[in-house]
Design a protein around this ligand. Structure first.
Ligand SMILES: [Zn+2]
Length: 475
């Protein structure tokens, strides 16, 4: 690819591309939109000129489910999941290793923990491992933090009567905090989040937009993300899930999204309560995005939607278990299932052990849902899943684990799971005049990418957001 730069970036011509879904080769973008498609278009004076050399030009990839702040925090975190740590001895050794490298008093932030490493962790176990420094460890589900006593003392946890603070039968703190991310975030001295590094890496993957699916973001967190978009630390478009009362920061490339509703099997709301929560979001003008990873969560959500009705943009996050009996129901409410096709591969060992036999045929369905006309989109769920969309695409086209190869979809269909509009994730954007110029240009042909989708990350030639390159591969 060759690029001739001009003083202005407001107009750009991409030539000699294989354009997704079109017979043409050239695309002109002006003022943030595609304005002209054709063949043999000539560069205008002062226009940026990108020679695609036969590379594939796609609608920009949008990651429909990600947690940007948690992903940024990952860079200062210690992975403690079963991929790296196999037992309590390994966990203790890793904590000691990190302890030796950090300045006194700095918290250790562990992530990715799962019971398969060393059972159900609590404050006492962590105190025996590392008593002298505040330690907090996040469960891989994202639902739970486990703190040692030094950490509990620093945030004065014993004086807190907040839902989510677990206590044992004698009323003592276990150090286990459920669904308390925002609360903890306000109390723990945090290192500044490097959102720019997250955005930069995503641009290299060809990602032009994110939907942040973090539940219960506080207003200052939403405003902070919008500020990062405004000042260019985040170069992509950002659609941000938020509670109904959240004020729109009104920043270009930033939009407020649905209200995220979390369900936990241990604390499932009554049907009327869930229906009320959905109604509140709808009445404030927001669709809902309901976290459903079990059969009961999905059935309850559908029953609540039967009561209050669905609205355009309502979505099911994950849809980890979708029984045949609800497929018509999903379609009737026109719900989009935002799935993670890579989880059956990344979590194969855990699923093989933990998922009951009767749930396995319904686990992370993809191809069969597409076949039945269920609206589908994809998201990485990073940092709980790998952030590289090309690995997700590769997983979607193979799917030989758990659900069987019958759940695979062809690459052209898999790509469309990333082409959806931020507010309508299952409605693919096209490359036609009038649409926003969010584009992903690859240096290889459709045939090459189809043969090796996992290598797509290395083949991104340019990532273009609103008609401006935010990433150009070196040549
Ligand atoms: Zn998530």
């Amino acid at each position: 690819m060759t690029v001739s730069r001009s003083a202005t970036q407001h107009s750009m011509l991409i030539r000699r591309a294989q354009v997704f879904g079109g017979g043409h080769t050239d695309v002109r973008c002006t003022g943030g939109h595609i304005v002209e498609c054709g063949t043999s278009l000539r560069p205008l004076p002062g226009e940026d000129d990108i020679d695609a050399r036969g590379g594939w030009l796609l609608p920009g990839l949008h990651d429909h489910h990600i947690h940007l702040r948690a992903l940024a925090a990952l860079q200062d975190s210690v992975p403690l999941g079963p991929e790296r740590i196999v037992d309590l001895g390994g966990l203790i050794a890793e904590l000691h290793r990190v302890d030796a490298q950090l300045p006194a008093g700095q918290w250790i932030r562990g992530i990715g923990y799962h019971e398969s490493v060393a059972g159900s962790l609590n404050r006492r176990v962590l105190d025996r491992a590392l008593p002298g420094r505040p330690v907090r460890i996040q469960h891989r589900s994202g639902a739970l933090w486990i703190l040692n006593s030094a950490a509990c003392a620093q945030i004065d946890l014993d004086g807190c009567e907040v839902p989510g603070v677990e206590r044992d039968a004698a009323g003592r703190l276990t150090g286990r905090l459920w669904r308390m991310d925002s609360w903890l975030g306000e109390r723990i001295p945090s290192l500044p989040l490097d959102l720019a590094a997250v955005s930069d890496r995503a641009a290299r993957y060809g990602i032009t937009g994110f939907t942040d699916a973090t539940p219960g973001l506080a207003q200052h967190e939403v405003t902070g993300l919008a500020a990062a978009v405004h000042d260019g630390r985040i170069v992509q478009r950002l659609h941000c899930m938020a509670p109904p009362a959240t004020a729109d920061p009104r920043v270009e490339r930033f939009t407020l999204g649905p209200t995220k509703i979390l369900l936990d099997d241990t604390t499932l709301p009554a049907l009327d309560d869930l229906a009320g929560t959905i109604r509140d979001a709808h009445e404030s003008g927001r669709p809902v995005a309901v976290h459903c990873v079990t059969r009961i969560q999905l059935v309850l959500t559908l029953a609540a939607l039967d009561t209050v009705g669905s609205r355009p943009g309502d979505r099911i996050e994950h849809g980890a278990i979708v029984p045949d009996s609800v497929v018509d129901h999903l379609r009737a409410h026109a719900l989009t299932v935002v799935t993670q096709p890579h989880f059956p591969i990344e979590r194969a060992v855990q699923y093989a052990r933990d998922v009951p036999e009767e749930d396995r045929p319904d686990l992370w369905r993809l191809g069969s849902l597409v076949k039945h006309g269920v609206a589908i989109a994809a998201g990485s769920d990073a940092p709980f899943g790998a952030p590289d969309p090309w690995r997700i695409l590769a997983a979607a086209t193979t799917r030989q684990v758990n659900s069987g190869a019958g759940e695979a979809v062809p690459l052209l269909r898999a790509l469309q799971m990333f082409f959806g509009r931020p507010d309508r994730p299952a409605v693919p954007r096209t490359l036609t005049p009038g649409v926003v110029a969010d584009l992903t240009l690859l240096s290889a042909s459709p045939q090459d990418i189809t043969a090796h989708p996992a290598s797509g990350a290395e083949l991104v030639a340019a990532t273009i957001v609103g008609g401006r390159p935010v990433y150009l591969a070196a040549r």
